[in-house]
Design a protein around this ligand. Sequence first.
Ligand code: PLP
Length: 357
Amino acid sequence: MTEHSISIEKSNSLKVKPSDESLAFGRHFTDHMFIMDFKEGKGWHNSRIVPYQPLMLDPASIVFHYGQTVFEGLKAYLTKEGKVKLFRPNKNMERLNRSNDRMCIPRIDEEFAIDAIKQLVSIDKKWVPSTSGTSLYIRPFIISTEPYLGVAPSKAYQFIIILSPVGAYYKEGINPVKIAVENDFVRAVKGGTGEAKTAGNYASSLKAQELVADKGYAQVLWLDGLEKKYIEEVGSMNVFFKINGEVVTPELNGSILEGVTRNSVIQLLRHWDIPVSERKISMEELYESYQQGLVEEAFGAGTAAVISPIGELAWQGNTLVINNHKTGQIAKKLYDTLTGIQYGIEEDLFNWTLEVN
Ligand SMILES: *Cc1c(COP(=O)(O)O)cnc(C)c1O
């Protein structure tokens, strides 16, 4: 199915690397990129690492018009021994294929894709920043490239991987954020594409995000698209609440994106014998528990921030202040353990990291 050797063309004009302090998120890109083509009848072929460069695409390419595209996001970390490690890349490649299935994009060979990531990161290894909290963000994505204005699955694609050094998410320690519960717009509905990491979901979330940002909120908390009753996720993170000693996260229902961080959090909580349940939870239930003083913690979980504590939730004119605007114990322990494993400070209990040579 896939040709297993990657040709390499090295860049002969290397960029000036930005300083670690000047890094934000997704603004700088490394010297090289990976590309592989797909053509109906031929399958995936011509895998290559080339100097980072613009793409040349036909303006009629399906991706520009109908958004048939998927992406992933993961990171490479520099450990204290100077090794470069990936965090659970197999989970990202499994999810990429689930997104592919939903969007009628041909599957990729997951092991080959992990190997492509490893080779690319290895070539641009000196781009993995070293300051505490920084990392090299990896963005694999697939675009539909057939020039055709009919609404149909493309017969040609490109699988591309680019790399971007990113700064520490928390420069002054973890800070709980204010979140607005979204009552008008929805992110996804059952039967839609919420479960897939596909461009349209993010384009459609911009409006709600823009409106709450104007009022000082960092993100929106999305409710289910049918009844606007049940909690789904927060921004581009899965969400967890600690209520009366138990950690609760919305169950996967077809419209929630299944996060790798979410899965890791659940495994760690089980390992620590902290009660955790995946179930439906409504905003009403959360508010009732809040009024009884039972909501102990709330936090988001995703690759970018790892763990993002929620200090305040605004919902239908009510303000829920959580843990006195302070980072909760479980959020802190999860953050320390996950980043500890990623940066090679803590024992990799579950064999989650993969070294890049
Ligand atoms: C990517 C993403 C997440 C988090 O997934 P991770 O694999 O943990 O980074 C959660 N929700 C949405 C909508 C996402 O796009």
